[in-house]
Design a protein around this ligand. Sequence first.
Ligand code: ZN
Length: 407
Amino acid sequence: MRRFLLIMLAALTAACRPAPATPAGPAGRSATVLISLDGFRADYITRPGAVTLRALAARGVRAERMIPAFPSKTFPNHYTIVTGLYPEHHGIVANTMVDARIGATFTIGDTLIARDPRWWGGEPIWNTAERQGVRTAAFFWPGSDYAINGRYPTYYTPFDNRVPDTLRVRQVLDWLTMPADRAPRFVTLYFSNTDNAGHDHGPDAPQVDTAIAHVDSLIGALVTGLAARGLGERVNLVIVSDHGMTPIDGSRVIRLDDYLDLNDVDVVDWMPVAAVTPKPGKLPAVYEALRRTPHLQVFRKDSVPARFHYRDNPRITPLVLLADEGWTITSTARLRMGQPRGGTHGYDNFLPSMGALFIAAGPDIQQGRVLAPFANVHVYPLLARLLGVKPAPNDGHADSLAITRRD
Ligand code: ZN
């Protein structure tokens, strides 16, 4: 709470400070703001509240949908977007995972363990930029408050989702309005509202419409604030989400203990991709038992379909279980703690319901284009191109998103 108050105070102090002496803003070249709207399904852009997002898409570029990396979960995808690497290559293969070498279990809530840089492979775009002399800032992004490659963004904020959304927007505007020798040229911004509403109520609920309207208004405030500071034609906005959302309910459950003895396995992660490590000698029997389970696909690690790019990492378990869309992998004991309800994600990343948002607009972006679905590994080389820095090796292709005015 104390840290939260300090952040509030810092943001408010910044807000009350007189305007800096000119020149302000990113020196000479444009800046780019990467915004994540967690769990904003691609088709939410057609919902009534997405007014600003539709306007930005009309004067820039949008995708029919962006294909998340597998599994379509929050941490793997946020980190794929900023590294251009599939999870098997950057190492954040799930929101919950075990690494025998580190000797620990990674969970997104345990920051003491998650901040160990050995979890985080590849090079996030803020490090690519900083290494090449471009200042960066992050108002939240998974990994941005950890010393990956021994570096941080020049300006960053430890993750605390209680920080009011309007303060996040205000701080980003203040960063971009700093004197030219201090202003960042790359900034991240993150809002969780649509994901929270989708999980709690399902993607079709009116509460999701409220969340869409809320995040849309925050982006509206950012656009208005940039214009008021004379930065409207200096800042590119790249607005993405990490994955979509689909309804779940108590009638579609796969109880693993109906098919096998749970004492024969460690289930590292449950839903909707279950990460299963059979006890020594048990793998063949467990695999056979699960192979005939309705509404479930089971893969040995070495035969996970190639399109998932999900084999090449020791953190991927020997068996990977994938539920059909809308189905929940669970157990009798887990069901006693509560029935599935609302919505979730994590399913086959090529399902339209898992499709993510992609919109780009600004001085360096082409106008009026709608792109066919593409994989989110291509965002990192696009960001590098917008910043004028050389990308680190990655799984994307600089030419796949030829949407800048120089393309
Ligand atoms: Zn998410």
